[in-house]
Design a protein around this ligand. Structure first.
Ligand code: IPM
Ligand code: MG
Length: 360
């Protein structure tokens, strides 16, 4: 029997609750599809700060590097908000992306049929579906460029640098073209090439790479226009390719267009098979420990893990089908609840997906 090693970073807030449900679902798919998963727990974020003084202990990095995949709940909370930048929980997130060289962030923004009413756009704009994949560069750009503070003529100043090499742009562009090939073969690359030199290099490089993908239709939008188009006519998009910061912003916007942030998964990938999988929502400290958090985004992240890191595509399909079935059956956590549905908590939602897996 195949055996996979998965590192669990349960994290803060609702993190531990939603990861527990995702583990339940992963174990069930293992039973069904004939593989076993061995888990190891690692600390990151606020809980790591409390236990070790730093948001990302070296031990966590070492454990992740030795595993097939990493499942992350969520990190952060008010308790750690006033620490200096390099000691905040978010520094753990950036640190692990860098340490594991996870340069490609895939963020699907999808509307599930039964949750259509959660989309804030009018029906004539959204039609009956939306399915966009944001491919965000994750280990470069302004997040990792040179930064600092200085005094200029007695006045305090600070800077962060948007910096990309052509090689960095090329490798993320290839990920986006490949993703488009598996979908509807349309790619929109987002930049600010009318102003920024780094964006001009970005665009030139994407155009150069596109020659290897003549079957994919490529267009370019400036970030401000892209932000507008995403609410004006989201159906024009299939795959969106963006830099670290533009992708950060657009993926939040896309998630809001989809309506239910509790449903959206993500994958962070590097050159090899190792990947980190996490829901795109945060640690939601306000509802932590109450048993009401929606575990579906984490469960759908497990589906991405099966697809991208473990080569268990069939098991991934089964999880996605099980989630759709649960939604069709009207089972809802409070965040996606509408009248006439059955309201359940975190654990019951996990159980419902496990039960649905028997039937798909
Ligand atoms: C995200 C988050 C992070 C980011 C923060 C928490 C550092 O917003 O994953 O989108 O900006 O990358
Ligand atoms: Mg973000």
């Amino acid at each position: 029997m195949k055996n996979y090693k998965v590192t669990l970073i349960r994290g803060d807030g609702i993190g531990p609750e939603i990861v527990a449900e995702a583990v339940k679902v992963l174990d069930k798919t293992g039973e069904k599809f004939g593989f076993k998963v061995e888990y190891a727990d690692a600390l990151m974020g606020g809980c790591a700060i409390d236990a070790t003084g730093v948001p990302l202990p070296q031990e966590t990095i070492d454990m992740c590097l030795k595993s097939d995949a990493v499942l992350l709940g969520a990190v952060g909370g008010a308790k750690w908000d006033n620490l200096p930048g390099h000691l905040r929980p978010e520094a753990g997130l950036l640190g692990i992306r860098g340490a594991l060289k996870l340069f490609a962030n895939l963020r699907p923004a999808k509307i599930y049929g039964p949750l259509k009413s959660a989309c804030p756009l009018r029906e004539e704009i959204i039609g009956d579906s939306m399915d966009i994949m944001v491919v965000r560069e994750l280990t470069g750009g302004i997040y990792f460029g040179k930064r600092g503070r200085e005094m200029v003529d007695g006045v305090e100043a600070a800077y962060d640098t948007e910096y990309y090499t052509a090689a960095e742009v090329e490798r993320i562009a290839r990920v986006a073209f490949e993703a488009a090939r598996k979908r509807n073969r349309r790619l929109c690359s987002v930049d600010k090439a009318n102003v920024l030199e780094s964006s001009r290099l970005w665009r030139e490089t994407v155009i150069r790479v596109s020659k290897d993908y003549p079957d994919v239709e490529l267009n370019h939008l400036y970030i401000d226009n892209a932000a507008m188009q995403l609410v004006r006519n989201p159906k024009q998009f299939d795959v969106i390719l963006a830099s670290n910061i533009f992708g950060d912003i657009l993926s939040d916007e896309a998630s809001q267009v989809a309506g239910s942030i509790g449903m959206l998964a993500s994958a962070s990938l590097g050159e090899g098979k190792l990947g980190l999988y996490e829901p795109i929502h945060g640690s939601a400290p306000d509802i932590a420990g109450k048993g009401v958090a929606n575990p579906l985004a984490t469960i759908l992240s497990v589906a991405m893990m099966l697809r991208y890191s473990l080569d268990e595509a069939e098991a991934a399909d089964a999880i996605e089908a099980a989630v759709e079935k649960v939604l069709e059956d009207g089972i809802r956590t409070p965040d996606i609840y509408t009248e006439g549905c059955k309201k359940v908590g975190t654990v019951d939602m996990g159980d419902a997906v496990v039960a649905a897996l028997e039937k798909v």
